[in-house]
Design a protein. Structure first.
Length: 299
C-alpha cells in the first residue's frame, strides 16, 4: 500500500500546552478508528468532544498533564507523552481485527531563549534574554543540590525541606554586573497574578519569607560571584490546597558591579538574632524599607 502523503498524527508544541491531531484513518487502511479508542498519556486523557463527520480527532493538554514526563538537558526541556490506540474487542471474542498501537510524542523547548513570558515549570530554565548596552544577557534560575555543586535533578520536596535557588546572569563581553532578585511569586497555576498568591521575595529584593516565624529563609552570603545570587526558602504549600504543585515566577535584574547596592538594588534578609533586616552587601539603611513597605521601585 502506498504511504499517505498526510501524516497520521500531527503535534503542535505551544507555549504551555500541546495540541495533537490524529487522522481517523490512523493506519491508512480506509477503516477509521473510533475516538473512544484513542487516549493520551498514562492518565488516559480523552480527546476533545469529537465530531463524527470530521476526519480528525483532536487532543489539547497542558505540558504537565496526562501523565507526561519531563527531561531536563543542558540545552532543552523535553516533555514526553504517548498516544494510545486501544481497539475494542469485536463481537466475536475469538478473533482480533485490530492491533493496539502506541505513538511517542515529544515537545522540545530551548532553555536559552524566550519560550514564555510567564513562569517556567515544572523544573527550572532561563526566564528570558534581554539586551543591555548592545550586549545579550542570559538569565537563569535553578534549584540546586544541598551542597550547591550542581542543579537538582528532582523538583519534589517535603514540608520541612529547604529549597536552594541559584540565580545567574551570563553575558558576552559586558561590563561586570551584579545580579538581584526583585520579586519571586508562588501560585498554584502558571498565571502569576492568580489567587492564592504568595510573594516570598518582594519590594525590590526583600526576602519577606525570612520574617516569618520558624523559617530559615535567607539570602546566602557570600555570593559565589557578583553575577550569581543564592537564597534558601523553606518548603511550603497553600492552606486548604489539595494539590501538590507550585509555580514560581521571579523577576531578575542587574546593575553594574561597580555600583554600590542601594534601596533600588538590594538583597535583604531578616535576622531573627538581631531582630533587624540585614543586607547581603551594603549598609543596613538600604533594607529599612522592607518593614515599612515604602521601598522605591527599581528603575
Amino acid at each position: 500500500r502506498a504511504l499517505s502523503p498526510r501524516p497520521a498524527v500531527t503535534v503542535r508544541c505551544q507555549e504551555g500546552q500541546l495540541a495533537l491531531t490524529v487522522r481517523r484513518d490512523l493506519f491508512g487502511t480506509g477503516r477509521p478508528v473510533r475516538a473512544a479508542e484513542l487516549s493520551l498519556g498514562t492518565a488516559s486523557c480523552p480527546p476533545l468532544s469529537p465530531n463524527p463527520a470530521q476526519a480528525f480527532v483532536t487532543f489539547v493538554a497542558a505540558l504537565h498533564e496526562c501523565g507526561s514526563t519531563l527531561q531536563v538537558t543542558p540545552d532543552s526541556l523535553i516533555y514526553r507523552t504517548t498516544l494510545f490506540y486501544k481497539p475494542t474487542r469485536s463481537g466475536n471474542p475469538l478473533i482480533v481485527r485490530a492491533t493496539p498501537a502506541e505513538v511517542p510524542i515529544e515537545c522540545h523547548y530551548p532553555r536559552r531563549s524566550n519560550v514564555s513570558s510567564g513562569a517556567v515549570h515544572p523544573t527550572w530554565a532561563p526566564f528570558h534574554a534581554t539586551v543591555a548596552a548592545e550586549e545579550r544577557l542570559w538569565f537563569s534560575l535553578r534549584l540546586m543540590d544541598d551542597d550547591w555543586s550542581r542543579e537538582r535533578l528532582s523538583n519534589g520536596f517535603q514540608l520541612g525541606d529547604s529549597l536552594r535557588f541559584q540565580a545567574d546572569v551570563t553575558s558576552e563581553g559586558h561590563v561586570p554586573l551584579r545580579l538581584f532578585v526583585d520579586q519571586c511569586v508562588a501560585t498554584t497555576t502558571p498565571d502569576r497574578s492568580s489567587s492564592p498568591r504568595y510573594a516570598f521575595i518582594d519590594l525590590g529584593g526583600c526576602l519577606v519569607d525570612s520574617r516569618s516565624e520558624d523559617t530559615g529563609s535567607t539570602f546566602v552570603s557570600p555570593r559565589p560571584r557578583p553575577e550569581s545570587l543564592r537564597f534558601l526558602v523553606d518548603a511550603f504549600k497553600f492552606a486548604g490546597d489539595a494539590g501538590n504543585l507550585l509555580y514560581i515566577s521571579c523577576h531578575l535584574r542587574v546593575s553594574p558591579a561597580a555600583q554600590a547596592p542601594n534601596p533600588w538594588n538590594k538583597a535583604c534578609s531578616f535576622s531573627k538574632a538581631s531582630g533587624l533586616w540585614a543586607p547581603l552587601e551594603g549598609t543596613a539603611a538600604i533594607c529599612s524599607c522592607c518593614d515599612t513597605g515604602s521601598c522605591p521601585s527599581p528603575g
